[in-house]
Design a protein around this ligand. Structure first.
Ligand SMILES: Nc1ncnc2c1ncn2[C@@H]1O[C@H](COP(=O)(O)OP(=O)(O)O)[C@@H](O)[C@H]1O
Ligand SMILES: CC(C)(COP(=O)(O)O)[C@@H](O)C(=O)NCCC(=O)O
Length: 308
């Protein structure tokens, strides 16, 4: 069976017609500036042609989800309380998950001001460096065994079942570690977007998986050579931000000759992030409801929507 045979494939030309409100709720340049992570350049054209129909599709799923939740509660004679609709976003390190998640958040908030939308990354559930060092996993960061999955699954279960604020830990690329004693809160939003390389993975030794909590899932795909380039570009940006910041993890590399620091980043890609993509992330692609494939300039060139 072909890898994507259970998906309908669309070009951006075909996809852009898939909503009844083309050009309505258009996003402005100033709003776009808000969602940019580091040096990215999401094009207005992508927002109009690709992400606006995605937003519309998400709204269809959301309306259906709410209806079903209510009917189920009626059936059980339970009061109908709000349960967050969770969107999972997965894909390689540096493919643009957080940029996409932020864009979707802004677009959903703008189109549906009646909904509260929250967004977070699973990075905060990586074990702290101290624990990774003890386990000999420092050169495997991002691999499935480097995440505290029971804690992450408990967190998602709390989001679906509790009504008050729920805390979660934070990871910083700048210090390359979990930030000690720093937490963020999720407070019963209408929509929660969860992005992470592990979002669609099946966990060993648990009865449930992250995807059990997702009401819609997206995988961001691109050719490996492009992702590697984006990883290296981001590394350079992090390096230039760290030049005057001795507290940054990246500061040490600013002291090396440029050729050496770039080679080091290439090694990190080759020895950690690429094997992770090949063995643990890419195999989860066909679990997503929607696959967005990017071309070399980050523009989405193909869209795959799951048939069943
Ligand atoms: N649509 C885009 N256009 C241009 N650059 C982008 C886009 N999306 C991501 N990038 C860039 O690619 C790199 C990785 O993006 P990021 O969102 O941090 O990825 P992830 O969350 O998957 O690790 C960053 O340098 C970011 O600025
Ligand atoms: C923390 C991460 C696993 C998360 O991935 P991301 O948010 O970059 O998609 C990744 O950025 C990472 O640190 N990987 C380990 C190797 C490295 O890039 O330094």
């Amino acid at each position: 069976m072909k890898e994507l045979s259970n998906y309908n494939e669309f070009s951006r030309e075909e996809w852009k017609h898939f909503h009844g409100e083309y050009n309505k709720q258009a996003i402005t340049n100033s709003e776009l500036r808000k969602i940019k992570s580091l040096d990215d350049e999401i094009s207005i054209e992508d927002v109009r042609s690709v992400y606006a129909p995605v937003r519309h599709l998400l709204h269809i799923y959301l309306k259906n989800y709410r209806k079903l939740t209510k009917l189920k509660n009626d059936f059980l004679d339970h009061p109908n309380k709000k349960v967050p609709f969770i969107i999972g976003v997965s894909g390689s390190v540096a493919v643009g998950k957080s940029t996409t998640a932020r864009l979707l958040k802004i677009m959903l908030e703008r189109a549906y001001p009646q909904y509260t939308v929250a967004q977070m990354t699973t990075d905060g559930f990586l074990y702290p460096s101290k624990v990774l060092k003890e386990k000999g996993l420092m050169d495997k960061k991002g691999f499935p065994q480097t995440y505290d999955m029971p804690k992450l699954l408990k967190f998602l279960s709390d989001v679906k079942t509790q009504t008050g604020p729920i805390r979660y830990p934070l990871y910083s690329h700048n210090i390359y570690d979990i930030i000690p004693n720093k937490f963020e809160e999720i407070n019963n939003p209408d929509i929660l977007i969860v992005e992470g390389i592990n979002a669609l993975q099946l966990t060993e030794n648990t009865r449930i998986f992250m995807s059990d909590f997702f009401d819609f899932s997206i995988y961001i795909d691109a050719d490996v050579k492009n992702i590697e380039k984006w990883f290296l570009d981001r590394f350079e940006t992090l390096l230039s931000l760290a030049r005057n910041d001795p507290n940054s993890y990246y500061y040490q590399f600013t002291q090396l000759p440029e050729k050496e620091s770039l080679q080091m980043a290439k090694d990190v890609w080759q020895n950690i992030n690429y094997p992770n993509l090949l063995n643990y992330i890419r195999p989860t692609k066909t679990r997503a409801d929607l696959i967005l494939h990017k071309s070399d300039d980050h523009q989405i060139d193909k869209i795959y929507l799951r048939k069943y």
